[in-house]
Design a protein around this ligand. Structure first.
Ligand code: WT7
Length: 567
């Protein structure tokens, strides 16, 4: 039995009050995510239950119970309060995936301050842009990253406290720096949690910025109501699960479903703080007996590239439910996962702005490979005509994905940029900036980001569809499809391709791939050219940046690249 059950029954008469009741929340009362993620689980009698199984890149392992999360988050909260941090102040987490990142997040929320997680691989300029924009008061970081903060602190007068969580006393502390040791501090049995309410700001996430400058997406404590229920129904999390969310909390998946959802559900989750390798990942699943696994297409394609043979070396029979987010999930990836794991990856579609999963393949419902699935109950999703922002009355038309605002975890604004926020709405719909079509059964099919969709001689071509066809060729590891200028058709399709190990670029291979995809695509969608490349430009969160390839083809400015993986 899945937690979700039957789609039609769940949709009928759905109300978010269901989630409020399960969490024991009454409208108008205090709601604090930090409390829900720790104290409440202890009160429910699960103080000794394992909350976090952590493994570092050296193989070091630590285990934290829910009582540990409660006590250590109190330690964080008390420390911040003693420093003078007040409700509403922005407190940045700039760390690798160490336990302090997860527990510190809970602690910050207990103080009423706004948690601002930033990916630790950011260079100092990327960090500067975001700390400056948010006027951040304090930053938690590690020794290995503090040099980046030192380079920019003079330009950040608001940044009063630079808190080092693993200070070893070897080199002297510099201006504004202070040492903090979570496990070395005296445990704080009682902390007076700040009385946050539904609309009190909680988390500030900077978007990965595939286009334009990164914007600070502002969430509130009430977001919990969506994050809790979507995790329960879509990820099918149950009391005895061992859950692994591979996303870094520098991005929204790593907070909504890597901290808030699993902790508020009282689930055991594990975290691997090391870079990607297929071997290490499979080993981690085997060792921890992972049951629910939430990952991303870019990682899945890397696993596919590593081949099927290696999988046979591991016992992955614990896996019960698989889900994916971040980019469109190619049908080939779904079919591959059925072949090698005996179960499909379930696509989940959402955004930093939506705070929770909004369209998805539900557990127990048939997966149509290549489709994102159906809207979550309580979410009204549609495809809008781009000319008048009215929903298309008939299925099958490609248009803009629009969402009816009003679910609990919808962003409340862009930090200091109300204008950009307002600009996301038309005719009462929130515009996601993505295009899709809906089939007769109400399943959504992703077409592309608005800026990535190709218009060749007046026909819309979905880069996702072309990329998915390419991926089915045995030599193709990854691909990115963009438009290039053309005197007759204005734009034509061009594909960039990386190859699997054992294949080398050649004219013959290009022809072979062209002949292969010709059978799958309409003539208009056929690439005019395939360019073999060693790697594709990606954001640090793993999304292919088609914008950069597009700009090169058109001889345009590349724009902001602060989220580019290798800058
Ligand atoms: C954009 C949002 C939400 C967590 C991570 C990304 C793309 C995301 C899917 C999917 C097709 C997807 C969209 C969306 N995207 N999930 N399942 N299928 N596209 O958050 O960085 O705010 O990016 O990622 O283009 O708008 P984000």
């Amino acid at each position: 039995m899945t937690n979700f059950g039957n789609y039609e029954e769940r949709v009928k008469g759905f109300s978010w009050a269901l989630s409020e009741q399960e969490l024991g929340y009454q409208p108008g009362q205090i709601i604090n995510i930090g409390w829900y993620c720790s104290d409440r689980i202890c009160q429910l009698g699960k103080a000794d239950k394992t909350a976090l199984i952590w493994e570092g890149f050296t193989g070091e392992k630590k285990i934290f119970s829910y009582n540990d999360i409660r006590l250590y988050s109190n330690v964080f909260a008390q420390f911040l309060t003693d420093l003078g941090i007040k409700a509403g102040d922005r407190v940045c987490l700039f760390m690798d995936r160490v336990p302090e990142l997860y527990i510190g997040f809970v602690g910050i929320l207990k103080t009423g301050a706004i948690a601002q997680p930033l990916f630790s691989a950011f260079g100092e300029e990327s960090l500067f842009i975001r700390l400056e924009n948010a006027q951040t008061s304090a930053i938690f970081t590690q020794k290995k990253h503090v040099s980046k903060v030192r380079k920019i602190r003079e330009r950040l007068p608001h940044l009063k406290h630079i808190i080092i969580v693993d200070y070893d006393g070897k080199t002297p502390l510099q201006a504004r720096e202070v040492a903090f040791s979570m496990e070395g501090s005296k445990k704080v049995e009682h902390y007076d949690i700040y009385p946050t309410y539904a609309e009190t700001p909680s988390v500030l996430h900077y978007t990965s910025g595939t286009t334009g400058m990164p914007k600070g997406v502002q969430h509130v404590h009430y977001s919990l109501i969506s994050q809790y229920l979507t995790a329960k129904w879509v990820l099918d999390l149950k009391d005895d699960d061992i859950y692994w969310c591979t996303a870094d909390p520098g991005w929204v998946t790593g907070t909504s479903y890597g901290i808030i959802a699993p902790f508020s559900l009282g689930i055991t989750q594990c975290v691997l703080d090391s870079g990607f390798s297929a071997e290490a990942w499979y080993k981690f699943i085997e060792k921890n007996r992972v049951t629910v696994w939430y990952s991303a297409p870019t990682a899945i394609r890397s696993l596919m590239k590593a081949g099927d043979e290696i999988i046979k070396k591991f016992d992955l029979s614990s896996l019960r439910h698989l889900a994916s987010v971040g980019e469109p999930l190619n049908p080939e990836a779904v079919n591959w996962s059925i072949r090698v794991f005996g179960k499909p990856f379930h696509d989940t579609y959402w955004q930093t702005e939506t705070g929770c999963i909004v369209i998805t393949n539900f557990p127990g419902m048939p997966v149509k490979p290549g489709s994102m699935g159906r809207p979550f109950p309580g979410i009204t999703a549609t495809v809008l005509n781009p000319n008048n922002y009215e929903p298309y009355p008939e299925p099958g038309r490609i248009g803009l994905i629009g969402l009816k605002p009003g679910w609990p975890s919808m962003m409340r604004t862009y930090w200091n940029n109300e204008e950009a926020y307002k600009n996301k709405f038309r005719n009462g719909w929130y515009l996601t900036g993505d295009r899709a079509r809906i089939d007769k059964e109400g399943y959504f099919w992703f077409v592309g980001r608005d800026d990535d969709v190709i218009n060749t001689a007046g026909h819309l071509v979905s880069p996702f569809e072309v990329e998915s066809a390419l991926l089915e060729h045995p030599s193709v590891a990854e691909s990115a499809v963009v438009s290039k200028p053309d005197p007759i058709n204005m734009e034509v399709v061009k594909a960039f391709v990386t190859l699997k190990p054992g294949f080398t670029p050649s004219k013959d291979l290009e022809l072979d791939i062209m002949n292969f995809i010709r059978k799958k695509l309409s003539p208009l969608a056929m690439p005019q050219e395939i360019e073999f490349v060693d790697s594709l430009p990606k954001t640090r969160s793993g999304k292919i940046m088609r914008r950069i390839l597009h700009a090169k083809e058109w001889g345009e400015e590349i724009g902001d690249t602060s989220t580019l993986e290798n800058d």
